[in-house]
Design a protein around this ligand. Sequence first.
Ligand SMILES: Nc1nc2c(ncn2[C@@H]2O[C@H](COP(=O)(O)OP(=O)(O)OP(=O)(O)O)[C@@H](O)[C@H]2O)c(=O)[nH]1
Ligand SMILES: [K+]
Ligand SMILES: [Mg+2]
Length: 399
Amino acid sequence: MGIIEKIKEIEAEMARTQKNKATEYHLGQLKAKIAKLRTQLLEPPKGSSGGGEGFEVTKFGHGRVALIGFPSVGKSTLLTMLTGTHSEAASYEFTTLTCIPGIIHYNDTKIQLLDLPGIIEGASEGKGRGRQVIAVAKSSDIVLMVLDASKSEGHRQILTRELEAVGLRLNKRPPQIYFKKKKTGGISFNSTMPLTHVDEKLCYQILHEYKIHNAEILFREDATVDDLIDVIEGNRKYMKCVYVYNKIDVIGIDDVDRLARQPNSVVISCNLKLNLDRLLERMWEEMGLVRVYTKPQGQQPDFTEPVVLSLDRGGCTVEDFCNHIHRSLVKDVKYVLVWGTSARHYPQHCGLGHALQDEDVVQIVKKKEINEGGRGRFKSHSTAPARISDREKKAPLKT
Ligand SMILES: Nc1nc2c(ncn2[C@@H]2O[C@H](COP(=O)(O)OP(=O)(O)OP(=O)(O)O)[C@@H](O)[C@H]2O)c(=O)[nH]1
Ligand SMILES: [K+]
Ligand SMILES: [Mg+2]
């Protein structure tokens, strides 16, 4: 029996089993079995080099966004509109058969947008090109789930389930469970609050299913069995997702209003070019990019080309900023001067650990410069860049 059949069989058994106190241990065990099988399904087949016939596209720019959706919802039309790169669009399904990259120029940054083939229910088990498409989604920083506003609202749930089946968790944060495998000592089970979904026995049973007999486990929230399994599997990817309802030109205003009020959703029409600005704005917010402008000593900051940092990709500290400029820079840095929302006063003298925020301006003061120039030279640093004082009026300093 293949892995997919095994999963189907367990799913059928779960559907047959009544949900009550007496069956909860059994159901938990079945969930763990399915999770293990799904992980097996994701492993490349033995003897292959790791899934060569995927849609590998070289990463480019400061972030990557994937367009995921059923066929003919308008993904390619959207790529063409937002990037200027042409991707064939047509009224028949599966027009797009591979991954087409485009570039969005937004807020002085470049963001790679990927158009992908449509996926269908069962994609996670290999239907259509589902597995390759989902692999690309996983390699992205955020997902835009494109939905046809005129079609069933169930599509959003179906797609979410497909992505969850391969370990993607959309708009969720990792469960607050500390878990560490040990060599000896048995299982130590603790929680910082009363648990209503999981008890010690169920936890042991799940760990037993994974053949884990020595571990430390601490629940810091009232987590579920599914959360526990996610933590044990350890291979989950937590991603932001914006739900994009396209084709609002063909539905009534009441429906548009209702969809627009769904969490994390933006309603658009590619045909009428409606609300595409708002979509870009939402995408930008979710990516959490941090633009830092460099200010050479005694000159105005360079506002043309920011250093772009991100918490998810390497961090946003002064040290991360320096490493972006040059690997060997950090050792020469005495301190930096910072203007912007991360600074308490202008300019603030900061060390390598200081966390920078979007649109900060940074001037690096090197150790050598201090020795050569003496203290008098610092005076010229303190002219705050004009652009920051403008912005300060709009965005008051964080304390
Ligand atoms: N009414 C309306 N039709 C649209 C809109 N955007 C796209 N379409 C149409 O929807 C159809 C499918 O568009 P595509 O861009 O090919 O959709 P896709 O999601 O890339 O489709 P696949 O590549 O086949 O998965 C085309 O006929 C488009 O002209 C829109 O905003 N409103
Ligand atoms: K199409
Ligand atoms: Mg397409």
